[in-house]
Structure formats: structure tokens, C-alpha cells
Design a protein around this ligand. Structure first.
Ligand code: ARG
Length: 463
């Protein structure tokens, strides 16, 4: 092996490799707005505190504003030889305004800078995700409202269990997403804090006014400990965790849509925009969007594991490992936003087949619990009733019948407590009987729908 010292080409390759390895520009450039906002707020504070002259702050702010326009317009002269967004903006500021650019780094380090940038980004992203969750909930609400009286088998262990209304089933997902919105709001609150003034890690030796910088950035508060401030990425974990749980919910919903849209079930037809054909099999309507939502959930959960693993061994304070916080964070947010949009569209454009769902409920043993409850109504302990109806179900199944196809004589052979009224048990009576808070009876689901709507309306005023 040739050593780099003796081989200029290898040495050049080596230093190229080393700089590629350390750059973050290709992903942290998307923080340019946050970075410029942070710099402007910092510069204005320095001027207010008479740490910087009025002339310097004026030219810094003007320079930063034109940099923002250049980047937005795609005209910015990116320099790949500079490691990150912060250094690119700083270098460009020198080009534009000269030496005054150097004053911007008074009382600031890239450590507190990048941490505030990432918090600003996370807060904005988390709030945007709350909005996207609410929009998906709205779609669920609309379908629920349209299917208050649609009957579908509810499943346990993927076996038909008890009949429910489709509205009740869809509102279960509404609840999951409601908790997601709460988690995203909490992630926004966790990020809502300025670290500027923490410097590299020990604080800064200037009379800065930290809270005024936070105020200008629209951040709620300032960090309490400079060492924690530059090394803490809990807010990013909070956001990726919230996204992971929300992706799990969307993945479960997608799994049901995949199963329900199979020929075997035929409960739902997904909108044309959300299926694709097969290059070989002309009959196919593959649920690709649902499958990809399910598939992408794995990557978001992976991002959470990656971020936690990166953080777990870090001593105080800033360590370069922290630069690895962003790709998984950005990817989680991008994936989450896209998946919420897809799920919203899938729900909006789905056509549910009420006849097939009702048929699946009726051609099954989903009324067995109700038959047992009937015996309980006649005074039998539930456990005893359970055994009798379990035997009856088996007996019916062996003769190719459903429970409601048994004769009164067959019922009475199992228990004398049965009379004609057992034939009044239907999927509709079963649903109507679950008249309990949180149950599937029509009046309860009507209440639940109204409460869900009210929560959505209230959430609009929260902002
Ligand atoms: N690119 C770095 C990051 O994202 C910026 C902070 C660098 N700080 C330092 N002391 N090298 O973490």
C-alpha cells in the first residue's frame, strides 16, 4: 500500500473523502430561512445592546435578506468546499457586505446557531403536521357521517367478532389521529425554545438579551443551561417519535384498506388515483399507496432508532455526531406529511360496499354473543350461556347453518329458556344493544361524531 505522503493523488483523494464525510450542506441547506431569521434576530439584539453599531446591523440585515432571496430564487452561489449552510451564508455575506459580516459572529457559535435553527424548523414542521393530521381526520369524519347505518363485521384475531357500524370503525382511527395531533403539538412546544446566547457551550461574555431574540423569532422561551442547550436534541426525538406513532396508525389503516380491497373481502374500492395496474396482469388494481404507507412506516421508526442511538453515547456538550440529527428528522417529517396526504386522499376517494359488508356480518356467527346475552336476560349466568351458545354454534356450523338458521326446537334442545324472541336477534339489534358510552349503537355513534366534529372545530381555534 502506498502511503498518502508519497502519493499526491492518493492524498488528494483522501482529503476529498474526508471533506465529503464531514459535509452537511446537501441536507442542512433547507434550514436557510431559519438560519437567516436567527442571524437577523441575533444582529438586531446586538445593536439594541450596543454590542454592534447601527450601520453594521443595517448592512448585515440587508445582506442576509438578499441572500434569502438568492437562495429562494435558485441563484445562490453554493460552495461545496464549505461544510454547511451556516458557513455558506457567512461566506456569501462577506462577498456582499465585506468586513461587517465578521461582526455577526460576536456572541454566537455555530453550536447555539444550529440548535436554534433546528428547533425553529421542528416547531414549524410539527405545527404543519398537526394541520395535516386534522385534514386526514376530517376525511374520516365525512366517511363516518356517510356510513352511520352501514353494518360491518368487527374483527378480533382477524375473525368476525361482533357487528359494528362502519362509522364506529372509522371513528376508531379518528381517535388514534387525535392522539397524534396532541403528540405533534407537544413536539412543537418542546422545540419552542431559543438556545442563542449559549455560545459554544458556556454562555457568552457579552451583555446579550436572550429573551428578546426568542421573542423576535416567535419562540416561547429560552433554555436554562448553556451546556444542555447546545447538546440537547430531545425535541427532535419527540417529533420523530410522534411521527413514528402516527405512521404506525396510518400503516394499520393501510393494512385494513389493503385487506378490505382484496377480492376475498371486497369491502372497499380505492379511488383510481390510489391504485395502479400490473404490467402483466390486466385485471389488477393494486393498492400501492396503502402498501407504501405501510412500508414507509418502517423507515420512520428506523429514523427514531437511529437518532436515539446517535445520542445515547454523547458526553456533554456539542459533539459532531449531532450533525447526524437532521437527515432522519427531515425524512420523517417529509414522509409523514406525504403519508398523511395520501391517507386523506385514500379515505376521501374510497367507496365502501355496504352490501358486501352486511352480507359478511350476516353470513357468520357474529350474533353468538347476543344469543348468550339473551340467555343472561332470562336469568342464566353468562359463563353457562357462553358454553351453551358455543356448542350451538358448533352444531350449526356442522350442519352448514348460521345461528339464526337453527329451528326453535334446536334452540330449545340446548336450553328451555329460548323462545321465539331469539329470532329477533339481528345484526341491527346487536348494534342497537351496545348503547353505552363509546359503544356502537347509532345514538352513541351520533354523539361520538358530534364530539369529534366539535374537537376538530376547537382545534382550528387553538392555533
Ligand atoms: N454542521 C454542524 C451541525 O450541523 C454545525 C455546527 C458545527 N459546530 C462545530 N463546532 N463544528 O452540527
Amino acid at each position: 500500500m502506498t502511503s498518502n505522503q508519497n502519493d499526491p493523488a492518493a492524498s488528494a483523494r483522501g482529503s476529498q473523502l474526508a471533506s465529503d464525510f464531514t459535509v452537511s450542506l446537501h441536507y442542512d441547506r433547507r434550514l436557510y430561512r431559519e438560519d437567516i431569521a436567527g442571524s437577523i434576530a441575533h444582529a438586531r439584539m446586538l445593536a439594541r445592546q450596543e454590542i454592534m453599531s447601527a450601520e453594521s446591523v443595517a448592512s448585515i440585515v440587508e445582506g442576509l435578506q438578499s441572500i434569502e432571496s438568492e437562495i429562494a430564487a435558485g441563484d445562490f452561489p453554493w460552495r461545496d468546499d464549505l461544510e454547511d449552510i451556516h458557513m455558506n451564508i457567512e461566506a456569501r455575506l462577506f462577498d456582499l457586505i465585506g468586513d461587517a459580516a465578521g461582526e455577526l459572529h460576536t456572541a454566537r457559535s455555530r453550536n447555539d446557531q444550529v440548535s436554534t435553527d433546528t428547533r425553529l424548523y421542528s416547531k414549524g414542521a410539527a405545527l404543519e403536521l398537526v394541520g395535516a393530521v386534522r385534514a386526514a381526520q376530517e376525511a374520516l369524519l365525512q366517511q363516518a357521517e356517510a356510513h352511520m347505518q352501514t353494518v360491518v363485521p368487527g374483527y378480533t384475531h382477524m375473525q368476525r367478532g361482533q357487528p359494528v357500524s362502519l362509522a364506529h370503525h372509522l371513528l376508531a382511527y379518528f381517535e388514534m389521529l387525535d392522539r397524534d395531533a396532541v403528540r405533534f403539538s407537544a413536539a412543537a412546544a418542546a422545540a419552542d425554545v431559543s438556545t442563542l446566547g449559549s455560545g459554544a457551550m458556556a454562555g457568552v461574555p457579552y451583555p446579550v438579551d436572550r429573551q428578546s431574540v426568542a421573542d423576535e423569532l416567535g419562540l416561547d422561551r429560552i433554555t436554562a443551561n448553556s451546556m444542555d442547550a447546545v447538546s440537547d436534541r430531545d425535541f427532535a426525538l419527540d417529533l420523530i417519535y410522534a411521527a413514528s406513532v402516527c405512521m404506525l396508525h396510518l400503516s394499520r389503516l393501510s393494512e385494513e384498506l389493503i385487506i378490505w380491497s382484496s377480492n376475498e373481502f371486497g369491502f372497499v374500492k380505492l379511488g383510481d388515483g390510489y391504485t395502479s395496474g400490473s404490467s402483466m396482469m390486466p385485471q389488477k388494481r393494486n393498492p400501492d399507496f396503502a402498501e407504501l404507507t405501510r412500508g414507509k412506516s418502517g423507515r420512520v421508526v428506523g429514523n427514531l432508532m437511529a437518532a436515539m442511538t446517535t445520542l445515547k453515547g454523547l458526553p456533554l456538550t456539542y459533539n459532531r455526531d449531532l450533525q447526524e440529527d437532521k437527515e432522519g428528522l427531515f425524512d420523517s417529517v417529509d414522509t409523514m406529511l406525504a403519508a398523511l396526504g395520501v391517507v386523506r386522499g385514500m379515505i376521501e376517494s374510497a367507496t365502501f360496499n355496504a352490501d358486501k359488508m352486511r352480507y359478511a356480518a350476516e353470513s357468520s356467527y357474529v350474533l353468538a354473543t347476543d344469543v348468550a346475552d339473551y340467555l343472561v336476560g332470562k336469568g342464566m349466568p353468562f359463563r353457562e350461556a357462553h358454553i351453551i351458545v358455543s356448542n350451538l354454534s358448533e352444531q350449526a356450523a356442522n350442519s352448514g347453518k348460521y345461528l339464526h338458521e337453527l329451528s326453535l326446537a334446536e334452540y330449545q334442545a340446548a336450553s328451555e329458556l329460548f323462545d321465539e324472541a331469539v329470532f329477533d336477534i339481528t345484526v341491527d339489534s346487536s348494534i342497537a344493544a351496545r348503547d353505552v358510552e363509546g359503544g356502537t349503537a347509532l345514538n352513541r355513534v351520533t354523539e361520538a361524531l358530534a364530539a369529534a366534529k366539535a374537537r376538530l372545530v376547537a382545534s382550528r381555534h387553538d392555533k
